[in-house]
Design a protein around this ligand. Structure first.
Ligand code: URA
Length: 224
């Protein structure tokens, strides 16, 4: 049924041939001490910090911060760029049109949104949906790393160039980063297109489907 849905969208099933670990990302000395989680960290503390955060100027224009949603013991952690208008209003990630597409693509791989954990690089909406500034990304990244440390996912799926480049600490474009297993603190990272971009680019939906299949294979191998 789901496959039919994807076929109707023009999505084909294939697995990228390249599957090499290209990059292990960890954090520069000094910075790591500030942003890596403390052993006393817990979900409630982290969530409360994000809700009240005033560490960058995005807090002045947001309606509310968007911590993320889903399973805090998820195998899959899915990371987008930043909340948009709908997300800012509802306090939940990926609830607009891009979110609908993401939900369908996840379902096609047999995953419900409630099974995975979905979040963003920055937790507050940038005004007019502009890209987050590097200072905002740098400030907010610590929250994401603490989420990763608490969830301990088996895979991180980076949606779009902001998520991919931030997580992997690189300027490489999506085209170069796709189809490879990267790593962030020992968690495999797979890169794919942002669903908002896929809504405009029919051809690349096929490639995104391939990326999801690729990520599924990595999780399966991990479970063996
Ligand atoms: N785009 C994103 O990157 N994240 C959201 O939560 C919504 C749209």
């Amino acid at each position: 049924m789901r496959l039919q849905y994807l076929e109707a969208m023009g999505i084909d099933v294939w697995i990228p041939k390249t599957s090499v670990i290209t990059q292990q990302t960890s954090f520069p000395e000094g910075i790591a001490d500030n942003i890596l989680p403390k052993s006393t960290d817990n979900w409630e503390t982290l969530q409360a910090e994000v809700v009240q955060c005033t560490q960058c100027d995005l807090c002045k224009t947001r309606t509310q911060s968007v911590f993320g949603s889903g399973n805090k013991n998820a195998d899959w952690m899915i990371v987008g760029e930043a909340p948009g208008q709908n997300e800012d209003q509802q306090g939940l990630p990926f609830v607009g049109n891009a979110g609908l597409l993401l939900t369908e693509m996840l379902r096609a791989t047999g995953l419900d949104r409630e099974q995975v954990f979905i979040t963003n690089i920055v937790k507050c909406r940038p005004p007019d949906n502009r890209e987050p500034k590097s200072t905002e990304v740098d400030t907010c990244k610590a929250y994401l790393l603490r989420q990763q440390a608490l969830i301990e996912p088996k895979i991180i799926l980076a949606l779009g160039h902001v998520a991919a480049q931030t997580l992997l600490n690189t300027d490489e474009p999506i085209a170069t980063l796709r189809g490879k297993i990267h790593a962030l603190n020992d968690t495999p990272v797979v890169v794919t297109y942002h669903p908002a971009y896929l809504l405009r680019s029919l051809l690349d939906k096929r490639k995104a489907w391939a990326d999801l299949k690729f990520a599924m294979q990595i999780v399966k191998n991990h479970n063996k």
